[in-house]
Design a protein around this ligand. Structure first.
Ligand code: ZN
Length: 395
């Protein structure tokens, strides 16, 4: 069997940056063989400029919303954003499927090998059946009104079964790649939480967390923009009791059985929330979607706070309804623009190994360890002028 050998000025392993004294050796099909010192690598070494890295993991996407690119006005705030998405959701199925296909192709060419994807319908099933990249399917559960809990659960459960059938397990006791996941703290009733909690064991469970300041004001004092939204939707909110605590501290214990907890956005998360989360679970992943935060709320996520608390950070693109691209490199570029001191190896760890761990795919993805098939990508121009940085797929 033939081997391929790659040498570059910077070889990122998934957790550390090596230099050109090391050579990456793979099998023809991309399976990692080893990283060996240059003198031991023998002949036939391909030299590459820039950084070599395992493929990117996009921990938060809504592939089914890809047809909404450039349709939702920017910088309106979350409540109006959610309203626009719901109102503008209806398109001919063919246009939706076409946009899904193009978006997936785009992710593949931009070095993404795995996606944590939110699912509110089964429109992405045919695309995922092609098996071009790995998905963790988060079947979203939404329902603020307690009496609707059972019917909302039933609908989501049907989708959940459809996505479960997508992956034909080859091994006994395989890791799950589908979960039932609550949409957001402000959109899931206690009744609905109780119906989905029995499924969390072994799963990666995700939730949109503290994406707007109004989430905390709802849970603390039952006021703010969400009350306005419920009134616009003519909902009876008399059942809702504020907890007097932040949103995260009001709901997170519901998720403690999950194998991995993936908190998305966290734009308004405070230090006390991060400490509280660490007390609930050892498997908390904080997903940053900086471009979407800029698009919707013009806010920056609390990057420094998370780093100070040694929180595990992962990256996501969110959807084309709230982002101009589905590119993890574009997320890294924006992070570097606002936080120029962030070390590149650390950013790349968020984008590769940390993401693979959050999606429970680190057995095969996320790092250059022997036997894995993480993809090999080449990132150019990241150190100098981030505007021109680009990524190409090597394997
Ligand atoms: Zn989202």
């Amino acid at each position: 069997m033939g081997f391929r050998k790659f040498r570059s000025s910077q070889l990122f392993t998934g957790s550390a940056m090596l230099d050109d004294s090391q050579v990456l050796v793979t099998q023809e099909d991309g399976t990692i063989e080893a990283i060996v010192p240059l003198p031991d690598a023998g002949e036939g070494i391909q030299t590459i400029d820039g950084i070599l890295s395992p493929g990117f993991v996009n921990c938060h996407c809504h592939l089914e919303l890809s047809h909404m690119q450039d349709r939702i006005p920017e910088k309106t705030g979350l409540v109006d954003f959610v309203f626009s998405v719901v109102k503008d959701r209806h398109f001919p199925e063919e246009a939706i499927l076409d946009a899904i296909d193009r978006a997936e192709t785009d992710m593949l060419t931009h070095g993404i090998v795995a996606v944590g994807d939110i699912c509110n319908n089964t429109l992405t099933v045919p695309q995922k059946q092609k098996g071009r990249m790995a998905y963790y399917n988060f079947v979203e559960v939404t329902g603020f009104l307690p009496p609707a809990a059972q019917s909302r659960f039933d609908t989501s459960y049907e989708y959940y079964q459809a996505f479960q059938q997508l992956t034909q397990p080859q091994t006994p006791n395989p890791k799950p790649q589908t979960s039932l996941s609550p949409h957001a703290p402000y959109s899931v009733s206690d009744n609905l939480w109780k119906l989905i909690q029995p499924f969390f064991n072994r799963q990666t469970v995700t939730i949109h967390n503290q994406e707007t300041a109004f989430e905390d004001s709802l849970f603390k004092n039952k006021e703010g923009d969400f009350m306005r939204m419920y009134q616009m939707m003519q909902m009876d909110t008399s059942f809702f009791q504020p907890t007097g605590k932040s949103s995260l501290q009001s709901y997170l214990a519901n998720m403690k059985e999950a194998a991995q907890i993936l908190l998305v956005h966290n734009t308004f998360t405070q230090e006390a929330d991060i400490q509280y989360a660490a007390s609930v679970s050892d498997h908390i992943n904080w997903c940053l979607c900086i471009n979407a935060n800029q698009y919707i709320e013009q806010r920056l996520p609390p990057v420094e706070l998370l780093r100070q608390q040694d929180a595990r950070i992962v990256l996501g693109t969110d959807s084309l309804a709230s982002n101009h691209s589905l590119s993890i490199l574009d997320e890294i570029k924006t992070l570097l623009k606002h936080f120029p001191h962030l070390p590149i190896p650390e950013l790349l760890t968020w984008a590769t190994l940390n993401g693979a761990q959050a999606l429970q795919m680190d057995g095969s993805l996320g790092s250059f360890e022997a036997g894995k098939t993480p993809g090999v990508i080449n990132i150019l121009g990241l150190e100098s002028s981030t505007d021109y940085a680009k990524v190409v797929r090597v394997l």
